[in-house]
Design a protein around this ligand. Structure first.
Ligand SMILES: C[S@@+](CC[C@H](N)C(=O)[O-])C[C@H]1O[C@@H](n2cnc3c(N)ncnc32)[C@H](O)[C@@H]1O
Length: 411
C-alpha cells in the first residue's frame, strides 16, 4: 500500500446555507484563518483552507457544522469533456483505489458543473468514471465497481467555466449523520443544524441550557457534546478515507486518539445543567436512547412534562424551543395558542435568560408576542427557518428590575 501524501492541498469544507459564518467561527476557534492558515475561498456553502491530509481528517472529526470535508487531489484547466477525460486519466488512481481483484474497490463520483459545454450534470461524472476505470484497467487489468453507495472512495468534481478541481471526500455520508440517532421520532433536526443553532444562539457550555419540546433530543445531545468539548465525528463509523488504498490506518488512528484526548468525559456535576423536556413519552424515550448512543445521557436531565412545567435553574442561561410549525406536523392555526403560550412562559418563568425559538413560520412567530432581539436565517431541509432570539430582561429593557418577570413586551 502506498503511503498517504504529506503535502498541503486545498481542503473544501461544505456546510448548509446560512451556516458558513458559524463554520468560519468554528474553524477560527481551531486556529484556522491566521497567517499561514488563511481561508483560501469563502462561499455561502463552503470554506476552503490549505491543509494536509492529516489536518483534513482532524477537521472531519472535530467540526460540528460541516457537511463534508474534501481534500483536493488535482486542479486543472478544463475547457471540454475531452480535456476532463485526459486530465483525470493522468492521475495515479491505481495508488488511491484498492485493486479491483479485492473487496472495497468501489468508487462514487459526484459532479457539479457550471460550464457552457455541459447541460447534463450526469455527464461529467460519467467522463470521470470512464477515465478512472480505463486507467485502472490499463494499470491493474480490471476495473473497480462504481455507483452511488459511498462505500469506497468518494470523489467530488467541481467544474466552473474552464477550471476544474477533483476532491477526495474524507467522510462518506454527510457529517450530519453522527451515528447516535437510532430513534428519529418526528420531525427531528439534522444534527449539524442543531449544532449550528446552538452556536448561533451563543451556547458554549458555560451556562445552563434548557430545551423544552426536545423531541428526539438533538439540541440537548449536541449541547452536551459542546459542553464536554467532545468531537462529534468520533461517534460515527463511516469515513471514506479509510477505504482508500493509501496506507492511512496508523495516521487515522493517531488523529482519532489526539482528537479524543481534547474532549472531556466529565459527570453531570462538572457542567452547567442541561434539561430536556417533552410531553410525549415516545419523544422522551427516543431522546434518552439517542443520548445513550452518544454517551451523554448522564449529562442531560430528561423530564416528561408540558413545556410550561419545565424547571428553570436559578443561574440563567439559554432556553431553546423548536416547536412544530405546521409544515410537517400540526396545523398552523392550531399552533397559534402554543406560540402565544411560549411568549407567556418566557415572560413569566425565564427573566434574565436568553430565549430562542427555531421556527419555519413567520406567521406563528408573531404569536409569541415578544420582539426578537435577533432573527437568524437557517434552512431546515428545504424550509426557510429563523432562529428568533429574545433577551428576557428582568422588568423591561429600559427599566430593568432586580427580580420579577419581564421581556421585550410587544403585545
Ligand atoms: C418539531 S419537534 C422537536 C424536534 C427536535 N428539535 C428534534 O431534533 O427531534 C416538536 C416537539 O414538541 C413537542 N411538544 C409539542 N407541544 C408540546 C407541549 N405543549 N409541551 C411539551 N412538548 C410539546 C412534541 O411532542 C415534539 O416532540
Amino acid at each position: 500500500m502506498p503511503p498517504p501524501p504529506t503535502k498541503r492541498a486545498s481542503t473544501r469544507i461544505t456546510c448548509a446555507p446560512h451556516t458558513a459564518p458559524i463554520l468560519r467561527a468554528e474553524l477560527e476557534a481551531l486556529g484556522w484563518g491566521r497567517e499561514g492558515t488563511e481561508f483560501q475561498e469563502e462561499h455561502p456553502t463552503y470554506l476552503q483552507v490549505g491543509a494536509t491530509l492529516e489536518q483534513a481528517m482532524e477537521l472531519a472529526l472535530r467540526l460540528r457544522t460541516a457537511t463534508h470535508v474534501m481534500w483536493q487531489l488535482a486542479r486543472f484547466r478544463c475547457p471540454s469533456p475531452k480535456a476532463l477525460y485526459t486530465e483525470v486519466a493522468a492521475y495515479p488512481w491505481e495508488d488511491l483505489i484498492r485493486p479491483p481483484s479485492g473487496p472495497d474497490s468501489y468508487i462514487t463520483i459526484r459532479a457539479h458543473a457550471d460550464t457552457p459545454t455541459i447541460d447534463n450534470q450526469m455527464y461529467p461524472a460519467l467522463v470521470v468514471k470512464d477515465a478512472i476505470c480505463d486507467r485502472m484497467v490499463k494499470k491493474t487489468g480490471a476495473r473497480p465497481d462504481a455507483g452511488p453507495d459511498r462505500r469506497g472512495v468518494v470523489l467530488s468534481l467541481y467544474w466552473k467555466d474552464d477550471r476544474a478541481a477533483l476532491f477526495l471526500n474524507i467522510n462518506a455520508h454527510s457529517l450530519a449523520n453522527r451515528g447516535y440517532r437510532h430513534l428519529p421520532h418526528t420531525a427531528p433536526m439534522r444534527e449539524t443544524l442543531a449544532a449550528a443553532v446552538l452556536l448561533a444562539a451563543g451556547y458554549d457550555g458555560s451556562t445552563p441550557l434548557v430545551n423544552p419540546m426536545c423531541g428526539s433530543g438533538t439540541l440537548a445531545i449536541e449541547a452536551a457534546l459542546i459542553a464536554t468539548a467532545r468531537a462529534p465525528g468520533l461517534l460515527r463509523p463511516d469515513y471514506a478515507i479509510t477505504k482508500t488504498n493509501w496506507d492511512v490506518d496508523d495516521l487515522w488512528q493517531s488523529v482519532r486518539a489526539r482528537v479524543k484526548k481534547t474532549g472531556g468525559t466529565p459527570g453531570s456535576a462538572d457542567i452547567p445543567p442541561i434539561i430536556a423536556t417533552d410531553h410525549d413519552p415516545a419523544a422522551l424515550h427516543a431522546a434518552k436512547k439517542n443520548a445513550q448512543a452518544a454517551g451523554v445521557d448522564h449529562l442531560i436531565r430528561f423530564i416528561e412534562c408540558d413545556f410550561r412545567q419545565t424547571p428553570i435553574p436559578s443561574e440563567p442561561g439559554h432556553i431553546i424551543l423548536n416547536p412544530e410549525y405546521g409544515e410537517r406536523m400540526g396545523d398552523a392555526a392550531d399552533l397559534e395558542p402554543t406560540y402565544a403560550a411560549i411568549g407567556d412562559f418566557f415572560k413569566q418563568k425565564c427573566p434574565g435568560w436568553t430565549g430562542h425559538v427555531f421556527t419555519g413560520s413567520p406567521h406563528l412567530a408573531k404569536h409569541i408576542g415578544l420582539k426578537p432581539a435577533r432573527k437568524r436565517p437557517f434552512m431546515n431541509a428545504t424550509i426557510e427557518c429563523r432562529l428568533l432570539t429574545f433577551n428576557l430582561y428582568k422588568g423591561t429593557k429600559s427599566s430593568p428590575v432586580a427580580d420579577g418577570g419581564g421581556g421585550t413586551a410587544k403585545r
